[in-house]
Design a protein around this ligand. Sequence first.
Ligand code: XIL
Length: 319
Amino acid sequence: LQSLAARVRPGFRIGAAVALGPLAADRQYARHFVGNFGALTPENAMKPQALAPRQGVYTFEEADALLDLAASEDISVHGHTIAFTEAMPRWMRDLPTDSAEDRRASADALLDYVRTVVTHFRGRLDSLDVVNEPFDVDQGTDLQENVWYRVFGASYPVVVSKAVHDADPDVRQFINENGADVPGPRQDALRRLALDTNAQGGHIAGVGLQAHVYDLDTDTVSADDLTTTLERFADAGLLVRISENDVTDSEGQDAQAEQYATILATCLRSEACVSYTTWGVDDRYDWFTDEDGRLQQGHDLLFDDGSPTPAYDALREAL
Ligand code: XIL
């Protein structure tokens, strides 16, 4: 896929989210990843709960191994993620924020985390989700009141963005969100957040639209809607990454394949849309599993147990 994409749009990257486990253990999976993708997003390895299990204790091994593999294969890396409510270790989530003194100490701890992590990865990341899923779940448009919010207030994305920039001025910064793929209040809120952050001295290059499509009955992303979306962000001077695309086969594999192809083809037509990433490679390791590790949602990705799916063929045709 990546070599086809590079012919259509030089510089354009087709990426996938991956974990080290299957890459190291499953040669077929590794071959499919390296053979098709030109960008890598660590699926979990760069989340705060993975990088700093205890305050001041850093575990960079898995992320470093992924970055080494990417570097050896000429694959660019998108970092994921700094401020993310859902993926904080307990110490970070529970930093005290009651008094002004508490908040000062907690601010130091949070900024120390950003400095340490971004400095560690400096020069190896093309781009980075500095804030992930800022808004209340279920289509909300208010900021989640996580520890970043409690310490720094509603302008915490400015603080994160500046701290990232201080440690690595070259990494392209993104704010990533789900449910903002089509025009509507949530998308407006995302655009406003990115622009407000920059108006206050932040360094946001663009937004990530996750494009998890779980219900083709209600969530389909049409070419028209996505075109309008991309135009709006482009008009605002913001880049767009399609950052976590996956589509269930609840309406059959043809409809699924068509949805994949529509999103990629529409993205490719817009200069503002700089990359397209699927959230995983093979259904064998799909993230949507129940507690016993069984798939909840059926077949979502471009490979299924080692074989290319109709969605894979549709993406090839879209290129
Ligand atoms: C998911 C991972 O894929 C899972 O392995 C993990 O258990 C939970 O997180 N939006 C995001 C990603 O921004 O970080 C999430 O990743 C999927 C939804």
